[in-house]
Ligand binder design. Structure first.
Ligand code: GLN
Length: 476
């Protein structure tokens, strides 16, 4: 149907479509396919009212007047799916957890206010791994989300619902959150584009915290232009999030230079198909006159270990607020401490509990210096090493994931294998830099000779240099 915001808006100007028609189209798809795919946890009953309001606003307007409205409201009438850990006032936000099953948000996240001001329509909230911990949406308390391209496979995670909603034509764009790859990995498994912005470029106010020094909200779409449009709307300083910063003005570049950490990519555990995709991409970039150089960042090998020390530590602290007293559900045993233990014991899932236990251990006296402090020091060293590289290059190319989507149930019993799938994505969060995932197009697939699951290419750039990511995406 509609491919991107620009096409939608041109058709609105030409009066070839109404906002209600587009919203109805997505609602119909949701009705037909959601029972099987399990993408939406809730469809908002007021979405159609907002659509009609938009149409009324355009009624009897001239082309010039409509153009002006669409210039002022860049996301006018755009139907958006929202990950279930982002607050919309008056709506349930459960983070796909039993403990927040009935939790109704008492305020809007800053990104929600910004999207609404830009004219967007919220279609509903979509599935995710519980509190964003996971990479397959299998940790949701409300069942797994199936990959729309092949329902035997996972849609990825933790923002599996957001990516699948876009790929299954159940919304035009979606929002997710990324702590260690949760935007880029599901985008890659669903064959779409998505951005993990620079840490602190998008407000986290109203995003349920997983690991506060890693978390960031970002957009998904089939079209990289839309990803940019949504990012431009949601970014910016927010006095409700002290970690947001005034964005640096990106330096203009006449030529993009790409660095590839070959020793990190061409190694055991990375599938042949993925290695092939990188080789082909390097070739394609070179043909287009872009300089590609081999780089070495030895600490990249340690990134996954650093991530799985620092993130559980922050998780264990952030999860302490779910005590059955302040938020959501609680189990009443008539004994305060027992209430607390039963509430957390019964209403939090296995992966969340695993990370709370691991994080508490890492932060405990005696182990804090051995693990947490060392990891912090190396996080800083890794950041400096990468900053140093960005003096010579503009972007770093890697695959998004070591392999394509896996089958539902294949890895969930073995958390360590699941963690390994994050090898290429966690670095950007450790160092706070932006990264995109864009679909890799294999010429053979385009001819329809092979029917494989999609692959993603990841580009990472220096702090606040999102523009160079959009530029390289366009080159490809
Ligand atoms: N898969 C990673 C993890 O489980 C990333 C999660 C995320 O980015 N929210 O930690």
């Amino acid at each position: 149907m509609i491919q991107n915001i620009q096409e939608f808006h041109s058709k609105l100007i030409d009066k070839k479509i109404t906002v209600s028609e587009l919203v109805s189209y997505y609602l119909k798809n949701i009705e037909d396919k959601n029972q099987n795919l399990n993408i939406y946890l809730e469809v908002f009953s007021d979405a159609m009212d907002y659509a009609k309001k938009c149409d009324t606003e355009l009624e009897n307007k001239s082309i010039d007047e409509i153009t002006k409205i669409l210039e002022d409201k860049k996301l006018f009438g755009v139907p958006v799916a929202i990950k279930d850990n982002i607050l919309i006032k008056g709506k349930i936000a459960s983070s796909s957890s039993k403990i927040l099953e009935n939790y109704v948000a008492s305020y809007d996240a800053t990104v929600i206010i910004k999207l609404r001001d830009a004219g967007a329509i919220f279609l509903g909230r979509v599935n995710m791994d519980e509190f964003a911990m996971g990479g397959s949406t299998e940790n949701s308390a409300y069942g797994v989300t199936k990959n729309p391209l092949n329902t035997e496979y996972v849609a990825g995670g933790s923002s599996g619902g957001s990516a699948a909603a876009v790929s299954a034509d159940m919304c035009l764009v979606a929002l997710g959150s990324d702590t260690g790859g949760s935007i880029r990995q599901p985008a890659s498994y669903n064959g779409i584009s998505a951005l993990k912005p620079t840490y602190g470029s998008v407000s986290r106010h109203g995003l349920m915290a997983m690991a506060s020094s890693f978390d960031v909200i970002g957009p998904f779409s089939k079209d990289i232009e839309d990803v940019k449009k949504v990012f431009d709307i949601i970014k910016g300083v927010d006095d409700k999030d002290s970690t947001t910063h005034i964005l640096l003005e990106p330096m203009s570049k006449s030529k993009i230079k790409v660095g590839v950490p070959n020793e990190f990519i061409f190694t055991e555990g990375v599938s042949d198909e993925v290695k092939e995709s990188i080789k082909n991409t390097i070739e394609k970039l070179t043909q287009k006159g872009i300089e590609v150089i081999d780089i070495s960042i030895p600490l990249l090998k340690e990134a996954l270990a650093l991530y799985y020390i620092l993130v559980p530590a922050e998780v264990s602290s952030n999860m302490a607020r779910y005590d059955g007293i302040r938020y959501g559900k609680s189990i009443d045993t008539k004994n305060g401490i027992e209430d607390y233990m039963q509430t957390r014991g019964q209403l939090l899932g296995a992966e969340v509990k695993r990370r709370i236990i691991l994080g508490t251990y890492i932060l405990s006296a005696g182990y804090h210096d051995a693990y947490y402090k060392k990891a912090l020091i190396l996080r800083e060293k890794l950041t400096q090493d990468i900053k140093e590289k960005f003096k010579d290059i503009d972007v770093i190319l890697t695959p998004t994931t070591p392999d394509t989507a896996f089958k539902i149930g294949e890895k969930i019993t073995d958390p360590l294998t699941l963690y390994l799938a994050d090898i290429f994505t966690v670095t950007a969060n450790l160092v706070g830099m932006p990264a995109i995932s864009i679909p890799y197009k294999n010429d053979k697939d385009e001819n329809g000779t092979e029917n494989k699951m999609p692959l993603g290419l990841q580009f990472m750039a220096n702090t606040d240099d999102e523009n160079v990511l959009f530029s390289i995406a366009k080159v490809l």
